[in-house]
Ligand binder design. Structure first.
Ligand code: PMP
Length: 434
């Protein structure tokens, strides 16, 4: 079955003339997997339809935000009502307080919150805040974790262990990343070494607790515990980037998942995005009062935004949070995601395809590898050509997964049992071709 991609081709040709690479965010261009991106015409529930009118089961969900699926009636109604009241004021609204209160109610370690418009902005400001609050410059990040495209975070490991990084983008001067140490994820020895060498100068350690930007890789419990201990011991702030995992892997985010194994565990600053905006441009960062009060207008750390706390976005976020805090929501989502992952595993096993997969809440990842990887280097041992065959095989069968092997997948409340079964059937067919 080859879908007719004519109109997608035509739109891509048109797009390339006016938008660099034809897209407004690089991964959408299908560069890794080849072929023509699908231009989305509309979406409903777990599906979207491309420019040819072909339907796909959507496992990207806008890269995480669409946890209720597309066009949830309660969310739609809240957004429509908010839009009639005004798009943007540049003045405070009650709804911003309501959203902040709703988020803080679920995060005991977080006492205050500031709303911004993108995960990039939230991550960038969290770093500035950690530096401002500690009076230090150095930060630790891990290879394979993505925290948005702020200059200081566009950095990869240098050669050798625990070194300062090199920019991963042109236009980022080496001086801008000279304070960013890049370490291997889940590598305890490197972590110890970095704090032993740089401890008194480290402002903060930023990490994805379950990394969703190298597909799906969990930080081990030991690694998580040690990150917390070393930050506390050296006076550095532990920054949890839960833009992807927040309200997605559990109501309390990945930090609540780790708190099951590490009693009392909490980060100092949490960065949020995606689900809290329900698909609208909205993100946030929060932490203890003493840290958050370092922000302008109270403190010396500057941050601002014309569209911050946007009234339509906050309405969308609030309506989304209302749905996902209903009793049983996460249990049902988790069970459904397990069924998908277990079904894929069984199909791969039957076809003799090496396959490892994992999930938490409504977020999952799978690898054409025998074992789950623990870091970026291991993720990148995946066979790219085989992944591309799998990707296109699924796409041809109406199943849309991330067009790159280093991205996670997302299940929504709108995915039905029939969608999960159809996805497993499609994968079983493709596995036989691999
Ligand atoms: N942090 C993480 C963990 C992310 O996954 C992303 C985006 N995928 C970001 C930050 C950046 O968010 P945004 O794209 O909204 O700027």
């Amino acid at each position: 079955m080859t879908p007719n991609t004519d109109r997608n081709d035509w739109l891509m040709e048109r797009a390339r003339r006016v938008i660099p690479g034809g897209v407004n965010s690089p991964v959408r261009a299908f560069r890794a997997v080849g072929g023509t991106p699908r231009f989305v015409q509309r979406a409903q529930g777990p599906y979207f339809w491309d420019a040819n009118g072909t339907r796909y089961i959507d496992y990207i969900g806008s890269w995480g935000p669409m946890i209720l699926g597309h066009g949830h009636p309660a969310v739609l109604e809240a957004v429509q009502k908010a839009a009639t009241e005004g798009f943007s004021f540049g003045a405070p609204t009650e709804r911003e307080i309501e959203l902040a209160e709703a988020i803080l109610a679920l995060r005991p370690g977080t006492e205050m919150l500031r709303l911004v418009s993108s995960g990039t902005e939230a991550g960038m400001t969290a770093i500035r805040l950690a530096r401002g609050a500690t009076g230090r410059s150095r930060i630790i990040k891990f290879e394979g974790c993505y925290h948005g495209h702020a200059d200081a975070l566009l950095v990869k490991a240098g050669s050798g262990l625990a070194t300062f990084g090199n920019p991963t983008s042109a236009g980022v001067p080496p001086e801008v990343v000279q304070h960013t140490l890049v370490l291997e994820y889940n590598n305890l020895a490197q972590l110890e070494q970095a704090f032993a060498e740089h401890g008194p100068h480290i402002a903060g350690l930023i990490m994805e607790p379950i990394a969703g930007n190298m597909n799906f890789v969990r930080a081990s419990v030991d690694f998580t515990r040690r990150c917390r201990e070393l930050c506390t011991q050296h006076g550095a702030l532990l920054i949890y980037d839960e833009v992807m995992t927040g309200f997605r892997v559990a109501l309390g985010g990945a930090q609540s998942v780790y708190a099951r194994s590490i009693p009392g565990f909490e980060p100092d600053i949490t960065v949020l995005g995606k689900v809290i905006g329900g698909g609208m441009p909205l993100a946030a960062f929060g932490g203890k009062r003493a840290v958050m009060e370092q922000l302008a207008p109270l403190g010396p750390v500057y941050q601002a935004g014309t569209l911050s706390g946007n009234p339509v976005a906050t309405a969308c976020g609030l309506a989304t949070l209302r749905e996902i805090t209903k009793p049983g929501f996460f249990d049902a989502l988790t069970a459904k995601t397990h069924r998908l992952v277990d079904g894929l595993k069984a199909a791969a096993l039957k076809a003799g395809v090496p396959f490892a997969a994992d999930s938490e809440g409504g977020m999952f990842g799978f690898f054409l590898l025998r074992e789950l990887p623990r870091n970026y280097g291991e993720v990148m041992q995946s066979d790219g050509a085989r992944f591309n065959t799998l990707f296109h095989g699924l796409l041809d069968r109406g199943v849309y997964i991330a067009p790159a092997l280093y991205e996670a997948g997302f299940v929504s409340a709108a995915h039905g049992e029939a969608d999960i079964a159809a996805t497993i059937d499609a994968a079983a067919e493709v596995f036989r071709l691999l």
